[in-house]
Design a binder for this molecule. Structure first.
Ligand code: GLV
Ligand code: MN
Ligand code: MN
Length: 417
């Protein structure tokens, strides 16, 4: 039975982790110098593996098995990609070495293994590193472009939380952001999509199951909720006269959490990841407080309802406190269902390898949710140590990484046969 080489995969994972290394973690935001150096390294690894790499106008990086003779495909992007597998090489600030990197490098390792085995398959195989999965500028940028979901009019206005414009960041990396929509591909160029990823949560480890077969991926609503009060002297203004935007924001954060927990599906979550208080001075009452809020849920109707209720709550709190409230939508991802056929093929691969598996939803967002709108898409999860992710000590056991990569290998072989 064909198997991947863990030592080769481990070497690649450790090599990629050096780009953007910060202490024990990795900081490799999309289009940053560290990310672009990582891309050059990946292009070299794809070339070394004979996988004819190319980069599309949205910065997605691909490598593919050689097209069968007579198919007419020249070098560069072929018309038919066949079975596509991958993930992303950007990271959150102070993230770990596996989120995204595992799916890309395991995909590369699987294609290398298949090339070396000399097996003849009906469909070609392609590996991809999607750009800006972590959403420094919007969300799931590269796969949105590939699946034709980018709004060209939005591109000039997209900014990172630190204010940097997408057009400037992409220009620095040698790309024209306004051309990103040209990355859109005809769905007919794909046979299926499979992504291997760490679970990033505690469920597989707790259940002592080595493989998760993903059934669906949560939708995400990201909104900026701004409370507008008045800047007053923090020593002389009586407490009851203050229009303190921070206190409204604090009340909202606590009550919105309660609402999402009580009125959601039981799996619904919310997070306030960025808080800005203006003018941000110790002796001025906060005049303007902005919260970057995410709400996540698998059921689209529940997600919409939670978003509506949260925004209504923000307005009521502002009115009661004599403040204004503004809501600016930042990003939306729709929930996605994984294809039953791909789930069944992953389960069959687990059976073949003698590995127990468990069906489960994904609480993290993934490019697979965009791919699921244009092709049969699925995901394979492996356990995360302590359920930890989006932090420097994110880790999985090497045995679990090997198992996951072998499940990916046999899934790809079955889908491309
Ligand atoms: C991606 O990691 C996300 O779920 O935000
Ligand atoms: Mn992530
Ligand atoms: Mn990821």
């Amino acid at each position: 039975m064909a198997t991947i080489s863990l030592s080769r995969l481990r070497q690649d994972l450790e090599a990629l982790a050096r780009f953007g290394k910060t202490g024990s973690g990795v900081t490799r935001p999309a289009w940053s110098p560290a990310h672009e150096e990582a891309r050059s390294w990946l292009l070299g690894r794809l070339r070394d593996a004979g996988l004819s790499p190319w980069v599309d106008p949205a910065g997605n990086t691909f490598g593919t098995t050689p097209s069968p003779p007579g198919s007419g495909a020249a070098s560069g992007a072929p018309a038919y990609l066949g079975v596509l597998s991958g993930s992303h090489i950007d990271s959150v600030p102070e993230g770990g070495m596996l989120d995204g990197a595992l799916g890309v490098l395991a995909g590369l390792e699987c294609l290398r293994t298949i090339r070396e085995s000399g097996l003849r398959l009906t469909h070609p195989l392609t590996v991809v590193a999607w750009s800006d999965e972590e959403g420094r500028y919007g969300s799931l940028f590269g796969s949105k472009a590939f699946t034709g979901k980018l709004d060209p009019e939005e591109l000039p206005n997209l900014r990172a939380p630190d204010g940097e414009r997408l057009v400037d960041a992409m220009a620095r990396a040698g790309f024209n952001a306004l051309e990103a929509p040209l990355a859109a591909r005809d769905p007919k160029s794909l046979a299926a999509y499979v992504e291997l990823h760490i679970e990033q949560g505690p469920h597989l480890e707790a259940a002592r199951i080595p493989v998760g077969v993903v059934t669906g991926i949560v939708g995400i609503r990201r909104n900026r909720v701004v409370f507008v009060g008045e800047p007053d002297h923090a020593g002389t203004t009586p407490m009851e006269r203050r229009k303190d935007s921070f206190l409204a924001a604090a009340e909202y954060a606590l009550k919105a959490r309660e609402l999402v927990v009580k009125r959601g599906s039981g799996r619904s979550v919310t997070n306030f990841g960025v808080v800005e208080v203006k003018p941000g001075v110790a002796n001025i009452v906060p005049a303007r407080t902005s919260l970057l809020q995410e709400i996540r849920e698998l059921d689209a109707a529940i997600l919409d309802r939670l978003e509506r209720r949260c925004l209504g709550l923000a307005r009521r709190i502002a009115t009661r406190r004599g403040l204004g409230a503004e809501v600016l939508p930042v990003a939306r991802n729709e929930p996605a269902q994984c294809a039953p056929r791909v789930q069944a093929v992953i389960e069959a691969a687990c059976l073949e390898l003698g590995l127990p598996s468990q069906r489960m939803p994904s609480g993290a967002g993934h490019d697979a949710q965009n791919l699921a709108t244009v092709t049969e898409a699925g995901m394979i999860f492996i356990p995360s140590r302590g359920g930890r992710s989006h932090r420097p000590d994110e880790a999985s056991d090497w045995e679990d990484i090997e198992r996951g990569a072998n499940v990916l290998l046999h899934t790809l072989l079955a889908l491309a046969a």
